[in-house]
Design a protein around this ligand. Structure first.
Ligand code: MG
Length: 231
């Protein structure tokens, strides 16, 4: 079973302040705009960094084509600003039971751990490193907000990469993949790919708003049992 963990709201809670600041600093650097006050209203939960940035830029009067043209500069700038801004220690932002559950699934002989997150790849790795939970996630694995602006593209990308390592080069099968996330968008990206999905109510959405998932949990504590029920 391939486990595709989301980060914000799932493995970490309220750990995105420096990340949001890095995105804003990158927008200022690349397009020389100050994000307008209404940028605070741009929805972030479950969305990719690219999609959030494009919306903020549009509010600032920068057209979408301009974003496309300098997308790579934005990704590079966000990663370097985050490297400067990331707190040394994010372990106080770990979601309840995240550490013990990751230890459990990492040791499980038939589980492979990977990521599906709207975070830009380098931001994701720096963030998990600062929280002390980077070790289950091999470099080069996962689907990230730097790979696409559409979250629905990310599970197939993660399965393709997982196949290089664990399936003889063929994409890892969707029916043996579980997305673990905290928003309806995590559920939607799993469904779009034909993967299973476990939702956790540790982000901005309550359990009843996540009822479309195969399993809904209050937090990660019962994840191992939930995965066993799906296997
Ligand atoms: Mg999330």
């Amino acid at each position: 079973m391939l486990l595709l963990f989301d980060i914000d709201g799932t493995l970490l809670v309220k750990g995105a302040d420096a990340h949001a600041a890095a995105v804003v600093a990158a927008l200022c650097e690349v397009w020389e705009v100050e994000p307008p006050p209404r940028a605070h209203g741009v929805e972030a939960a479950g969305r990719t960094d690219q999609a959030i940035a494009r919306d903020i830029l549009e509010l600032a009067g920068v057209p979408a084509e301009e974003f496309e043209r300098r997308r790579d500069d934005f990704i590079f700038a966000t990663a370097s600003h985050y490297e400067r801004l990331v707190p040394d220690d994010l372990s106080d932002r770990l979601a309840p039971h995240a550490t013990e559950v990751l230890a459990q699934v990492t040791e499980h002989p038939s589980y492979h751990c990977s990521l599906v997150t709207g975070n830009i790849q380098q931001v994701a790795r720096l963030k998990l490193g600062a929280a002390g939970i980077l070790y289950p996630f091999a470099e080069g694995q996962g689907g990230f907000g730097s790979d696409s602006d559409d979250r629905n593209d990310l599970p197939p990308i993660a399965r393709m990469r997982a196949g290089q390592l664990w399936n003889g080069g063929d994409a890892w099968p969707a029916e043996r993949t579980v997305v673990i996330g905290d928003t309806p968008r995590d559920i939607a990206c799993a469904r779009a790919d034909g993967a299973l999905v476990v939702a956790v109510a540790t982000g901005p959405f309550a359990a009843d708003q996540l009822a479309e998932a195969d399993v809904v949990l209050e937090d990660l504590r019962e994840l191992d049992a939930a995965l066993a029920s799906l296997s």
